[in-house]
Write a protein that binds this ligand. Sequence first.
Ligand code: AMP
Ligand code: ZN
Length: 452
Amino acid sequence: MKFYNTFSRKKEDFKPIKKGEVGIYSCGPTVYWYQHIGNLRTYIFSDILKRVLEFEGHKVKHVMNVTDVGHLTSDADSGEDKIEKAAAKEGRAAGEIANFYLKVFKEDLEKLNILPPSIWCKATEHIKEQIELIKALEKKSYSYKTSDGIYFDTAKFRDYGKLAMLNKEGLEAGKRVDLKEKKNITDFALWKFSETPGKRQQEWPSPWGIGFPGWHIECSAMSMKYLGEHFDIHTGGIDHISVHHSNEIAQSEAATGKKFVNYWMHGAFLEYKGEKISKSTGGLFTVSELEEKGFLPLAYRYLVLTGHYRSPLEFSLESLESAQNSYKRLKNIASELKDDGKTNNNYLKKFKSAIENDLDIPNALAALWGLLRDEKADGKYRTVAEIDKVLGLGLLKKDEICVPDEIKKLAWQREKARGEKNWGLADEIRKKIAEKGYLVDDSPAGTKIKKI
Ligand code: AMP
Ligand code: ZN
């Protein structure tokens, strides 16, 4: 199995450090607002990675952090703390803000069939570990103090910026920018002092003064706590390469003297009109907003799977509409499959060779469609069940979207009869629906149709 490693800019054979368990760390959400569908593309990518590893027989220990302190409005260690800002704006406690948006995020993951990590870890619950790590860096003289915090001296770390292939000369030229008290343009905060202690909602004592951790240190401290000082895979969106992940490598390797991560994998952006989706360019929907427009969350997952994770994916409501149509067609075909006790190894092989080639899901989907369109192929049911372990599209789950139009029409007529209190006719139609193999279930949440 090959994965593209951002560190080497090459596809490399995947070899786990320990036989039996693969450690993955994924940079998680900053919980000051809803995660948009662009953010969620990155989590669908890490979900596919995890499912592929499990499909190939590995046990996976997956850790995801929750940034609930320290992420400032500017990545350059200035501006306001995003969580504190949201708390002040909404008039709520910082912890309440973080818990609320984390809850919505977890609900979105569930809607998108994204498997939860083995371990969730919050920055605010690992202050001690972050302070310990900063102390270790201080002891090795990698840090220095300014009037607003403790900084990492990137000039002392020989390989700084290797992941991002940062060009030292370009950075030297960049020195003309106002560094304030920083020694180098790339230096970053490990610990920030509270401007006026007692004013922030979230602050802690430390050997350097009352304050809060910088954004990057949490990921080094928590990944190493749960996965060890050297682990297999680290994921995130491509925007993390040049700053956040470059800083994680510097802090971790400077403190331990060991290689931090073997494979760095990054997901490309979801774009809108050729640009990263954002408030200013548009296309910034949440999963719930897509649902309000009549889209199924799994249709969005399907849309994401039609693109390779390393290529930008252009989003539009039209492309989502067409993904939804394909997804519904796929579910309809799958719902008619009968288990003949066989597996189709020919198509399964095609599927496996696609996923083993740096998670080539568009080709894996093509293998699935090939199987379903092949009238002579056998073993379809079990092969689809196998394939769906990776795709996570709920293909064999019986639900309303695979109900044929004829049944939907009957159900609608029954609803109409019930509305007119014509219980006899409503019952008759229910029986007719049952004869065709469907069950009408009237629950308090509404009427649902299921396959018997
Ligand atoms: P944040 O909550 O801002 O820390 O972002 C969470 C994740 O979403 C990070 O891994 C980002 O790299 C990723 N991300 C942000 N914008 C996009 C986008 N438009 N498309 C894909 N991933 C994104
Ligand atoms: Zn991170």
